[in-house]
Design a protein around this ligand. Structure first.
Ligand SMILES: [Zn+2]
Length: 250
């Protein structure tokens, strides 16, 4: 920043000019002390101005004395040019300073790569069969609540895990007949009922789409189908709405 201080003017007119500029520079620097970028930019401008003044001083010193008036006039022109040049330099230097600041930031504080948040498990429909009964109160049973979605799966058809998870129940389960319960991430549990055959055991880790059992008509049924329930943090949830919210085409 002080590299320009060596260029001391050698004649009185440019020396005054320099002195005038120097005072302006010093007072400006003082007012801009809190801004590093402004200091950098202004230092560049100051250097350009001083450089112009220095060149004027040297050229004036080399000229004969009888050209003093002409020199003084020329100095004004040169200084005006230096001023305009400094304005252009300022624009360039501002960009350069901004780039330098960006580069410095990149170099000094490299952003540590944050671990990607674990994506929610992908969900699939537990049976390709058409839906035969929906979640909600059943008119034909006097308003009894149906806590799941029924898929009209044929006897022996594949029932699949709706998402990655761990089997927490597999076996006879009251009205569900041969049932399976799977625990998933984020407090979600799915229940599958009425199998003719179970293909997973408690503790098994399953992936979305894995065949877990074959459809049947065990338990409280009027015909073979898959009864499918979804619980979110213990609360029964409409499976169709849940799957649709997960982006699954149901
Ligand atoms: Zn059902």
């Amino acid at each position: 920043m002080d590299s320009s201080s060596g260029k001391t003017p050698q004649t009185s007119t440019p020396a005054k000019f320099f002195e005038k500029h120097r005072q302006a520079i010093l007072s400006f620097l003082d007012s801009q002390r809190q801004s590093a970028v402004s200091r950098t930019v202004f230092a560049a401008v100051a250097a350009a101005v001083l450089l112009g003044t220095g060149f004027s001083a040297v050229s004036a010193a080399d000229r004969p004395a009888d050209e003093t008036v002409a020199v003084a006039s020329a100095d004004r022109e040169e200084n005006d040019q230096a001023g305009r040049s400094a304005e252009r330099d300022e624009a360039t230097d501002t960009e350069a300073a901004e780039k330098a600041t960006e580069k410095e930031t990149e170099t000094k504080a490299p952003e540590p790569k944050k671990a990607e948040p674990k994506p929610a498990p992908d969900w699939v429909v537990p049976s390709p069969a058409p839906i035969s009964d929906v979640y909600g109160p059943r008119d034909w049973r006097g308003g009894e609540m149906h806590y799941g979605t029924d898929f009209a799966a044929a006897e022996g058809a594949d029932n699949v895990a709706a998402a990655d998870g761990v089997v927490v129940q597999s076996g006879a389960n009251g009205g569900y007949g041969l049932g399976i319960t799977i625990e998933h991430a984020n407090g979600v549990v799915t229940v599958y009922g009425h199998h003719s055959k179970l293909l997973v055991s408690v503790g098994d880790k399953v992936k979305a789409g894995d065949v877990i059992g074959l459809a049947g008509s065990t338990g409280d049924v009027t015909g073979p189908h898959l009864h499918f329930e979804v619980y979110v943090n213990g609360a029964p949830t409409d499976p169709v709405k849940f799957l649709k919210d997960k982006g699954v085409k149901v």
